[in-house]
Ligand binder design. Structure first.
Ligand code: HEC
Length: 135
């Protein structure tokens, strides 16, 4: 895809944010476009990389799975408050990945807790590919 097409797709998404709800596939596709813009060699997200990223430690005490479990369809438990966290997989929880603002907010917060930095667009695309594939 040519660069102007990406930018058009990204800005179209940004403009539509406050008005319309998103779908999980739209959000994944937006992360894929961002990842390709950052690295033209990016060949597309993989569910295997997403699962590996989610279960691994990234230099801190918690992995994503610490709170969300390794099973995207399972109810998680917050590592410090003990509160239940509804499943992340859209197949188990239709509310997931329907708000770009919510998704960005929680990626920002959770990636910072787990890795001490923001997640890259590729990491987000991979995690979404894995969560979307979960039954
Ligand atoms: C300390 C516990 C904790 C850790 C660790 C954690 N999360 Fe979360 N996560 C939460 C909580 C709490 C919420 C918000 C409550 C909810 O939406 O059920 C949340 C929500 C999310 C959402 C929002 C999805 C949506 O559309 O509703 C995403 C995406 C997410 N987490 C991904 C991750 C990823 C990726 C990691 C690892 C980098 C991670 N989380 C690590 C606790 C955690």
């Amino acid at each position: 895809m040519r660069i102007p097409a990406f930018l058009a797709a990204l800005s179209a998404l940004a403009v539509s944010l406050p008005a319309a709800a998103e779908t999980p596939a739209q959000l994944r596709d937006a992360f894929v476009l961002q990842a390709k813009a950052a690295n033209p060699a990016f060949a597309g997200p993989t569910s295997d990389r997403g699962r590996a990223f989610f279960s691994a430690l990234h230099g801190r005490e918690w992995s994503c799975a610490t709170c969300h479990t390794q099973d995207p369809a399972a109810t998680g438990k917050h590592a410090s408050t003990g509160k239940a966290i509804a499943p992340l997989a859209p197949s188990a929880n239709p509310e997931r990945f329907t708000s770009a603002a919510k998704v960005e907010k929680w990626f920002r917060r959770n990636c910072n807790d787990v890795a001490g930095r923001a997640c890259t667009a590729q990491e987000k695309a991979d995690v979404l590919a894995w969560l979307l594939a979960a039954k």
